[in-house]
Write a protein that binds this ligand. Structure first.
Ligand code: PBE
Length: 270
């Protein structure tokens, strides 16, 4: 009933994703910082697929909804969404995605290490791959097509690198849409150098542990300084940070733009 307060209409629920995601722990912080918990608001744990499906249905019926959002993500291409302003910085200010390698990779796979170190692209690039996957393409196919359509990218990342002959490499990732896109593109790029690359999806804590223990060679999914900051701190000294592979990432609460009266997180309890 649209005449009720927003909280009531939404059953005081923010539609979230998997429990391990940084955007979930940051939202728990937001619930406290903005006094939302005290007003009965809660964060519902689900999965990316369930969240985007609930979001899609709400948009279809022009109903209010608040989700844990992030960018790059196709949800911002497919739907007219806005981030709620976060004056108390529950989600930090700006995020970048880093590439993290295991110790010793430089020595045992110098060509792969260099390519991983050079890997850098833009939110628009990542979104293009995500949209293809959302359109139903297999992630490996979407990655291949993107690399073919953007030959300068792989040329830059692999310039001057020697080919190897089937050396095995393992990349780990969490199966968020953004990480499915980046991991497939970097895996495909390494394959063109002759590496035999396996990509392995896992939860976020095992993801960091896999690189810290050397069970995996690298991952390209570290959202920093905030979203994955806890894991970065927990495993510090046990991995090599190869720096930023994407700048301009963002995490927060997102709503459809037709919710014109809701612009900041504070507005949720008005
Ligand atoms: N995400 C996508 C992740 C990082 C990448 C925003 C869902 C997270 O919240 O940890």
């Amino acid at each position: 009933n649209a005449s009720q307060p927003l909280g009531k209409q939404l059953n005081y629920t923010i539609t979230g994703i998997d429990a391990g995601a940084g955007v979930m722990s940051r939202t728990t912080v937001a619930l406290q910082k903005y006094g939302l918990s005290a007003h009965n608001w809660q964060l519902q744990t689900s999965s990316t697929a369930a969240m985007t499906s609930t979001l899609g249905k709400a948009v279809e019926h022009h109903q209010p909804i608040v989700v844990t959002g992030w960018q790059p993500h196709w949800m911002f291409d497919k739907y007219d969404l806005k981030f709620l302003k976060d004056p108390k910085h529950a989600y930090g200010t700006s995020e970048a995605i880093h590439t993290i390698a295991r110790k010793g990779l430089k020595k045992s796979a110098p060509q792969a290490y260099t390519l991983l170190d050079r890997f850098y692209w833009t939110p628009a690039d990542m979104s293009a791959v995500m949209l293809k996957v959302n359109d139903g393409k297999a992630p490996a196919t979407a990655a291949k097509q993107w690399l073919k359509a953007n030959p300068q990218a792989l040329q830059q990342w692999s310039k001057g690198l020697k080919h190897v002959h089937g050396q095995k490499l393992t990349l780990t990732y969490v199966a968020w849409d953004s990480e499915i896109a980046s991991t497939n593109v970097i895996a495909q790029s390494l394959r063109t150098l002759g590496y035999d690359v396996t990509i392995r999806p896992m939860e976020i804590q095992p993801l960091w542990a896999s690189v810290a223990t050397g069970a995996a060679d690298a991952m390209v999914c570290a959202w920093l300084p905030n979203t994955s900051g806890k894991y970065y701190a927990d495993y510090k000294g046990q991995f090599v940070d190869l720096g930023v592979n994407l700048r301009g990432a963002r995490v927060g609460l997102a709503v459809p733009k037709y919710m014109t009266n809701i612009n900041t997180i504070d507005d949720l309890i008005k």
